[in-house]
Design a protein around this ligand. Structure first.
Ligand SMILES: [Cu+2]
Length: 284
């Protein structure tokens, strides 16, 4: 048995070595390209099983990085080079609206596509999210949709904020990282969208989000070496630094400034004003 395992290991080593040196044999290299992700939802059509994967076990309010694979039911194999677009719509009692999304792009493994959706609110008994997918395979077009469950964080921590700015525009700000905060200066990334109408959200460029993390349970102390979030044109996201000097409950007090430096949302933290109306929080 040991010998077999040993031989197996050698075979795997050899295989990965070979596939590293020849660029075009792509199927041996990664046996499972969604390793470590959870299959959150499968949308079944007459021809395909569309699998939606996430790092979380369910779709959550806030930023969701989602990987998609389409399985051909006839051959039981994953389809390569599918072109996919998506439209999440929340059906509320009084209205319908969408939310910020990225494009869906092919990954290095051409059977996997990837993108993100920022759900700004959870579903409930009477109000729900529906995800519609339009996709094409070898120039043939398909459509699929399913009602999906979107849940709130169980500890009620805030990683997304949907609000009206002082310029009377609606914005959605969502935290992307840190996913697993540590006692250090963490990379802090967020996405910022303007709500053009119920169905259209556009990336906001060149604004600034000031960052003031506090520990309300410990005299509301702050931390040194934070960096405000500024726009990164390469990623269409906002990058900054978040300094966490100890474990516990932190509230990241934020202010949104437009390109002229006008404050659109949020307040300074002072002796009298212990928190901003724009914030994220978490405990770690
Ligand atoms: Cu809603």
């Amino acid at each position: 048995m040991k010998t077999i395992k040993y031989l197996f290991a050698i075979t795997i080593l050899f295989t990965s070595f070979v596939s590293c040196s020849s660029d075009d044999s792509d199927d041996l290299k990664e046996e499972n390209p969604v390793e470590g992700l959870n299959l959150v939802e499968t949308i079944e059509t007459d021809h395909h099983d569309i699998e939606l994967y996430s790092a979380n076990k369910s779709f959550m309010i806030g930023y969701n990085d989602i990987s998609i694979r389409i399985k051909d039911q006839a051959t039981n194999t994953y389809i390569s080079n599918a072109e996919i677009s998506w439209t999440p719509v929340m059906h509320m009692t009084s209205m319908m609206h969408s939310c910020p999304t990225s494009e869906v792009s092919l990954t290095e493994n051409t059977t996997v596509s990837n993108g993100f959706i920022v759900f700004q609110m959870p579903g409930n008994d009477t109000e729900y999210w529906n995800l519609k997918l339009n996709y094409s395979i070898d120039d043939e077009s398909f459509e699929a949709s399913k009602n999906i469950e979107v849940i709130a964080d169980e500890d009620d921590m805030r990683s997304v904020s949907s609000f009206m700015g002082s310029d009377n525009s609606r914005y959605v700000l969502a935290m992307v990282t840190p996913v697993n905060p540590e006692v250090k200066v963490n990379d802090f990334t967020a996405v910022l969208y303007k709500m053009e109408d119920m169905m259209t959200f556009s990336v906001v460029e060149d604004f600034t989000v000031t960052v003031d993390p506090r520990m309300p349970g410990m005299g509301n102390h702050s931390s040194p070496n934070n960096e405000d979030l500024t726009y990164n044109a390469a990623s269409n996201m906002y990058d900054g630094k978040l300094s966490l000097t100890m474990t516990g409950y932190w509230k990241m007090n934020l202010k949104l400034l437009n390109e002229d430096g006008d404050v659109l949302k949020g307040e300074d933290v002072t002796e009298e004003n212990i928190e901003s109306s724009l914030y994220f929080d978490f405990e770690f």
